[in-house]
Design a protein around this ligand. Structure first.
Ligand code: UDP
Length: 238
């Protein structure tokens, strides 16, 4: 059966990808992702993006090392904005107009998060990148991706991961015999206590019937495959 491209998708890019495995931003990596995103947007699919920030800071890790959790989480959120700006730059170099909307107000570098305006940008063929997560400590950018996908009416949440093909029964980086799931229900994912996305993200998707696709971002062409509805990685649905 031919796959049908989505009209509007939410792409979650984990922060790890931006640094090419290191701290900070690797321009060559971001440029490559931006070119893939631009190709998808120019093919007519409306693309909204939530960026992570794990290549800069994760609040939970900083707080384990002595920082106050809330302040550390705000640092984490600010890291996602740097990724968003880098991605905007390379998306525009790749020929697609792009807007960043931040959940923490900083109007010199990004629009505030205004959902209806985001939808309007998408309808005009612009890529919209959401930075600063939810603007609230104790949340993750995974949960925010599910929330944004729902609020702006995306048909699927495409979860791009660094170097991992999908959802496995154990960590494939430490267990070479880990088995990848083709499909899972939300409840199976939660019952197995898997860690690829946090439980809050999965339960929000479950409660609102939002399909999630986990795929390997580091394979060239995978963003286009995921956006075209082609079977790739692991699908989590009802
Ligand atoms: N964060 C937060 N609230 C949010 C989103 C993110 O406090 O709504 C903080 C949190 O500290 C998190 C960090 O920002 O660890 C980076 O986001 P995340 O860990 O989700 O990025 P990823 O793992 O996708 O790179």
């Amino acid at each position: 059966m031919m796959s049908k491209p989505y009209k509007r998708v939410l792409l979650k890019l984990s922060g790890e990808v931006f640094g090419g495995g290191k701290i900070g931003v690797d321009p060559a990596v971001v440029s490559n992702i931006a070119q893939q995103v631009a190709a998808v947007a120019n093919s007519g699919v409306q693309v909204a993006i939530v960026v992570g920030g794990g290549n800069f800071f994760r609040g939970a890790e900083l707080s384990q090392n002595g920082m106050e959790r809330e302040r550390a989480d705000y640092m984490g959120m600010l890291g996602t904005v740097m990724n968003a700006i880098a991605l905007q730059d390379f998306c525009e170099k790749a020929g697609v107009p792009t807007r960043v909307q931040s959940a923490i107000t900083m109007t010199q570098v990004a629009e505030p998060y205004i959902p209806r305006r985001a939808v309007r940008h998408l309808e005009k063929g612009r890529v919209v990148i959401f930075g600063a997560g939810a603007g609230m400590p104790y949340f993750s950018t995974d949960t925010v991706s599910a929330q944004r996908a729902l609020e702006i009416g995306c048909e699927a949440l495409l979860m791009g991961k660094q170097g991992v093909d999908g959802v496995f029964d154990s960590d494939p980086k430490s267990n070479p015999s880990a088995i990848m799931f083709d499909e899972l229900s939300y409840d199976e994912y939660l019952a197995k206590d898997l860690k690829v996305a946090d439980a809050a993200a999965i339960s929000l998707a479950r409660d609102n019937d939002l399909k999630m696709v986990f795929f390997n971002l580091t394979v060239e062409g995978n963003i286009a495959k995921a956006a075209s509805g082609e079977k790739i990685g692991t699908t989590i649905h009802r």
